[in-house]
Design a protein around this ligand. Structure first.
Ligand code: ATP
Length: 460
């Protein structure tokens, strides 16, 4: 089995690694002695890596090549495709790997799990590649090797962990950079008839389509969901008023929160890492200009209670209002990424979800009630209380604590869909009753489709 890993081929100026994957799959499918063994894998890695272009995506394609000379030809052609189709001179640093393997590689799996939440070095990737005889090609500064290898490692365990699918349709080159002609009402109709088997199609609060990107890249739209069959139907439900090159279905870790599984250590916040932590709110939330809210979190155990981490909830997430309802003593699980500290500001956990585990009681302190039932008035500091109505006086009484109902409830609070990262697990995916049909790769369904045959003929 040949695993082909690929990353960092695009730049902000255009192109797209998924599109290159589409072209490579198209190329592979044209050989009678090559079988593509699974939906290609589109993984998202640590979203807090500062040098990512957009969504920190990487690709792995699984194929079986039954002929040595075809294998040599295929590898050479793919290397050329990467050279020709990448933005090497404008910021891309492609990495391409070929790994001929029929078993799991646990060190590679560990590497790919680390790539979800840590910052990994190129050196570690190259060391692994050499150790396991993985054929590597790097261009530019070669950083793409990290994502390419992580994609290959992920392909070895994704079937046994939570995963989703995405169908991505590609535009005709003459339309790149122009507004995408996908009818909004048809997106809403598709969303309503395919939910909960598709997700993040439309943000109803902000009346915004989420399936269409906004850049000059070749992606027309992408629909994410639980089941490849439903995704094909969903794409066909859209009213698209421009020609498409074709589409492809990817298997993915998008929408799974895979980057937040690891535990962030209160004592050792590492810049650009991702994960979650459980703690108690240690300071009252503060709102700053722009509507962003900050609060401190401390560990629940007394031994470490003096350590506090600052949490930031930014206004565009829609979670800032939730954070403002928190109070000291609330117990939370929060997920997020660590923003680098500066000489003026400490490291901060940028919050991606808040799970309220326990609510502290909140009190206001009021004057006591009189024996006649009216509220007593203070007679001055240390002078006790008196009743204006019946004349009762007491020096012994003191203020009484009255519990105030909390305006926030226990439970999970997620950002608005428009603020979701690719890996953010949407609310509907927490519902255990979503049943997946038999999702074994079925080469006979239309998981890859090309409308305009002329386009990729030149590739070979
Ligand atoms: P797009 O989503 O448009 O494909 P991108 O956001 O994936 O773009 P890339 O251009 O692929 O951005 O850049 C991400 C770079 O970061 C790649 O070189 C990748 O190898 C590297 N990278 C990914 N994860 C890590 C990590 N955990 N540690 C270090 N480098 C990483």
């Amino acid at each position: 089995m040949l695993l082909i890993g690929l990353d960092d081929t695009d730049s902000r100026e255009g192109k797209c690694t998924t599109y290159l994957a589409y072209r490579i799959v198209d190329f592979l499918l044209s050989f009678s002695d090559v079988r593509v063994l699974d939906y290609p894998l589109l993984i998202r890695l640590n979203p807090n890596i500062p040098w990512k272009t957009r969504g920190n995506g990487a690709i792995c394609i699984k194929a079986q090549v039954n002929n040595e000379s075809t294998l040599t030809h295929i590898k050479r052609s793919i290397v050329n495709m990467v050279i020709e189709e990448s933005c090497i001179n404008s910021g891309a640093n492609p990495g391409l790997v070929f790994y001929d393997v029929n078993h799991q590689n646990h060190e590679l799996i560990e590497f790919s799990k680390d790539a979800l939440c840590k910052v990994l070095s190129k050196k570690r990737a190259l060391y692994l590649a050499e150790k396991y005889g993985i054929e590597c090609y790097t261009f530019g500064n070669g950083q793409g090797i990290v994502g390419a290898l992580a994609a290959v490692g992920t392909s070895m365990y994704i079937d046994s962990s939570d995963h989703t699918y995405e169908i991505i349709a590609y535009r005709m080159p003459e339309n790149y950079g122009k507004p995408r002609l996908v009818d909004e009402q048809s997106v809403i109709a598709m969303d309503k008839s395919t939910t909960p088997y598709t997700f993040n199609n439309y943000d109803y609060k902000h009346r915004r389509m989420l399936i269409t990107p906004h850049g000059p890249d070749p992606v027309l739209c992408g629909i994410r969901g639980e089941d490849p069959y439903i995704l094909i139907k969903a794409l066909k439900m859209l009213d698209i008023k421009e020609d498409m090159q074709g589409y492809i279905i990817f298997k993915s870790n998008q929408g799974t929160n895979a980057h937040l599984e690891s535990v962030i250590d209160f004592n050792n916040l590492k810049a650009y890492t991702s994960g979650h932590l459980i703690g108690k709110v240690a300071s009252e939330p503060k709102v700053i200009e722009g509507g962003h809210t900050f609060f401190e979190l401390e560990p629940c155990t007394h031994t470490n209670a003096s350590i506090r981490v600052l949490c930031a909830v930014y206004e565009p997430t829609g979670l800032s209002a939730v954070a403002q309802m928190l109070t000291r003593g609330d117990m939370l699980e929060v997920g997020g990424g660590i923003r680098k500290g500066t000489s003026k500001n400490p490291k901060v956990v940028n919050i991606e979800y808040i799970k309220v585990l326990n609510l502290a009681k909140r009190y206001i302190y009021m004057n006591p009630l009189c024996i006649c039932g009216k509220r007593l008035k203070s007679e001055g500091k240390g002078k006790g209380y008196g009743c204006e109505y019946c004349g009762y006086r007491s020096k012994e009484l003191s203020k009484i604590a009255v519990e105030v109902p909390r305006s926030i409830m226990l439970g999970l609070y997620l950002p608005d869909p428009k603020a979701h990262r690719h890996l953010t697990k949407p609310l509907q995916r927490y519902n255990p009753s979503i049943k997946k049909s038999n999702l074994k790769f079925d080469p006979n369904i239309e998981w890859f489709y090309k409308f305009n045959l002329a386009i990729s003929k030149g590739v070979k």
